[in-house]
Design a protein around this ligand. Structure first.
Ligand SMILES: O=C(O)[C@H](O)[C@@H](O)[C@H](O)[C@H](O)COP(=O)(O)O
Ligand code: SF4
Length: 638
């Protein structure tokens, strides 16, 4: 099937837009690689330090500087149910790598935040920043420069994007992402949401709510809704950075361990010494990024990826924006119904056919680029396969021709919706993202008076005081990355859903975020520019009529032009968001972060290394430092 013309034209536009920075990125990639094992660039002292504590055989291999060394970068901790299984992965990886005559070294751990633990709490104001902190921690691990390939252990929201951003800054190294898989299905997400709404109405006790949450989140593995974590997993499959079908296999099973071993050995095979050298910086190219956007849209993935995919692309020198998402969303059909876009969870999705089925359907429909490079080599079609066990080894078989459950997963010929359900809305309030895949048709246009709030707490106080039983558009202000770290406001969902269920026309507009698990209430989020960057959201006053129209992509304050022009920006005391819970440590992030549509990043777009002087003298002619996004050169004061 020929490639869809919109996929083709958007890809061409991105390639053109990215040409200078992508060229610079690939030059950096070539400059970073040496012939032979990377540790050959180290001194004897460096090297001895790098293998001092290793078992004799590993030490000998490292000393001989012939066989590849694989870095293990892990986001293990006990806080995220999704990451807790990683505790045992390094030993499995080291054994598997030894079995193919190489060495694996635990290069470093990276921090990982659970958005479920911090949702509605002060810690959520560090969450987005943690993505780039994870990228920095990944760089710290890899900066030992002992490695010829790497495996990355991560699943959740900011972690996979952070690991991939870090890995792309070592784009000369091959990368294989290793997931831990979803927890088994407990109480359904729909029943959990119902009890939450009852609690918000005072019709369920705290003990009943805690029992419900504990039955939903009951064990090791990723939460089973299709939020940002499981969107990450889908993207790793579509970007060809997972062994095929690794995403949604339950932790603690023989197949899970077989997939981990296979991933470790693939990391050796695609090292320079392994013979199939495949650096991650070449895998993640413009076509790979477009494939990721298409996969996100076809599965109703998390709105957080309108930030994270932009940031990941930027790390590889590729520039994408919300017009790209919007245009692709218009032609990408919705192939899945996984909560919050339906009642099923990722275990049901996996049983119905899983990621390989989605990839095959989109390839056959000309909606994905097949001519990409993945960890398996040339072509994405190799990832349309399902893993099985042969003894202890993972093997792959062809997928069934049909979906196992067409209430969860459908072919392109019979989609749940003709479009991807994630759109750009814009107008005199700025540009924003809106996910409509989980919003009923009758709620996709809301025109109602604005009620402004400077925090989610203020909103909840008004709700519990019974002041919100009316039609309104909640404008939650000062929630942008520079203001307070752009928290998710998902804790407002039960209250807003109750009002919607009671027949009120309600919507949310904010420069903050929502969870990938948010859904039924119309919300225009990530409003750019944010208020603190002078965004017009700061001109809204209580009572202004706001029109949010998903059918026309409109976000407007219906205020007479002269009145609007005479207004000044609202102000707020944000100091309580800059002190406590470690938020003081992230002042530099708030000051340096780019706007949401540019990925809310703290690192610069790759810029050309001046060819007139060797790399180490770059400082003599100025440093490139991260600006808002117009990276600038500090001219040499001499
Ligand atoms: O983007 C996401 O998917 C969310 O950040 C998710 O990771 C978060 O943990 C949810 O808030 C938990 O969902 P519940 O609040 O419904 O348990
Ligand atoms: S999916 Fe969200 S709530 Fe679940 S473990 Fe990951 S970060 Fe935590």
């Amino acid at each position: 099937m020929a490639l869809h013309p919109v996929v083709e034209s958007v890809t061409k536009r991105i390639i053109e837009r990215s040409r200078p920075s992508r060229g610079a990125y690939l030059a950096h990639l070539d400059a970073a690689r040496i012939e032979g094992p990377q540790r050959g660039a180290l001194s004897c002292t460096n090297l001895a330090h790098g293998f001092a504590a290793f078992p004799a055989n590993d030490k000998l291999m490292l000393k001989q500087v012939k066989k590849p060394s694989v870095a293990i970068v892990s986001a293990y901790n006990d806080m995220l149910s999704a990451h807790q299984p990683f505790e045992h992965f390094p030993a499995i990886i080291k054994d598997a790598v030894r079995d193919v005559g190489a060495v694996a070294q635990f290069a470093g751990g990276v921090p990982a935040m659970c958005d479920g633990v911090t949702q509605g709490q002060p810690g959520m104001e560090l969450s987005l920043f943690s993505r780039d902190a994870i990228a920095m921690a990944t760089a710290i691990a890899l900066s030992h420069n002992m490695f010829d390939s790497a495996v990355y252990l991560g699943v959740c929201d900011k972690i996979v994007p952070g690991l991939l951003i870090g890995a792309l800054h070592f784009g000369h190294l091959p990368a294989v992402f290793v997931p831990a898989g979803p927890m088994t299905t407990g109480m359904s997400n729909k029943e959990k949401a119902r009890i939450r709404q009852l609690y918000a109405q005072g019709k369920a006790t705290r003990d009943e709510l805690l029992e419900c949450e504990s039955q939903s989140y009951h064990g090791a593995g990723t939460c089973t809704f299709y939020g940002t974590a499981n969107s990450n997993q889908m993207l790793m499959e579509i970007m060809g950075l997972h062994m095929p079908g690794a995403a949604f296999i339950t932790p603690g099973t023989a197949l899970r361990d077989g997939l981990t071993r296979a991933a470790a050995q693939r990391a050796v095979a695609i090292s320079q010494q392994g013979g199939s050298y495949t650096p991650v910086g070449q895998i993640v190219d413009e076509k790979c990024i477009v494939n990721a956007v298409v996969g996100l849209l076809a599965t109703g993935g998390s709105t957080n990826h309108t930030l994270h995919l932009v940031a990941i692309a930027k790390a590889a020198g590729i520039v994408i924006d919300w017009d790209d998402f919007n245009e692709l969303s218009g032609i990408v059909p919705m192939l899945t119904r996984i909560y919050p876009n339906g009642d099923a969870d990722v275990n049901h999705f996996q049983a119905a056919g899983g990621p390989g089925f989605v990839i095959r359907e989109l390839l056959d429909a000309g909606l994905l680029h097949d001519d990409v490079t993945t960890i398996l080599g040339k072509g994405l079609r190799a990832h349309c396969a399902e893993p099985f066990l042969d003894g202890e080894k993972a093997i792959w078989k062809e997928l069934p021709a049909q979906s196992g459950d067409d209430s969860v997963l459908r072919p392109v010929a019979q989609p749940f919706a003709q479009d991807g359900g994630m759109i750009l809305v814009k107008g005199n309030l700025g540009r924003a993202v809106m996910k409509i895949s989980a919003v009923k048709e009758q709620h996709r246009v809301v025109e109602a008076p604005a009620l402004t709030f400077n925090s989610q707490e203020d909103f909840m106080h008004a709700y519990t005081a019974g002041k919100l039983d009316r039609d309104f558009v909640a404008v939650i202000r000062f929630q942008g990355p520079r203001a307070n770290g752009m928290p998710e406001l998902h804790a407002l969902t039960p209250a807003l859903a109750n009002l919607q269920d009671a027949g009120r026309h309600v919507a949310l507009v904010t420069d903050g975020r929502m969870s990938g698990a948010s859904g039924k209430v119309p919300a225009a989020i990530h409003v750019s520019p944010e208020i603190l960057a002078g965004g017009p959201l700061g001109l809204v006053r209580d009572g202004d009529i706001i029109r949010l129209d998903a059918t026309t992509g409109t976000l407007e304050a219906l205020v007479p032009a002269a009145v609007w022009a005479a207004r000044s920006q609202a102000t707020a005391d944000l100091s309580s968001s800059h002190i406590g819970m470690g938020r003081e440590l992230f002042t530099m992030f708030r000051n340096a972060i780019s706007e949401a549509e540019k990925g809310a990043t703290t690192f610069p777009l790759p810029s050309p290394i001046p060819t007139t002087v060797p790399l180490h003298d770059a400082a003599d002619i100025g440093d490139t430092v991260p600006g808002s996004d117009e990276d600038f050169l500090i001219k040499n004061p001499k």
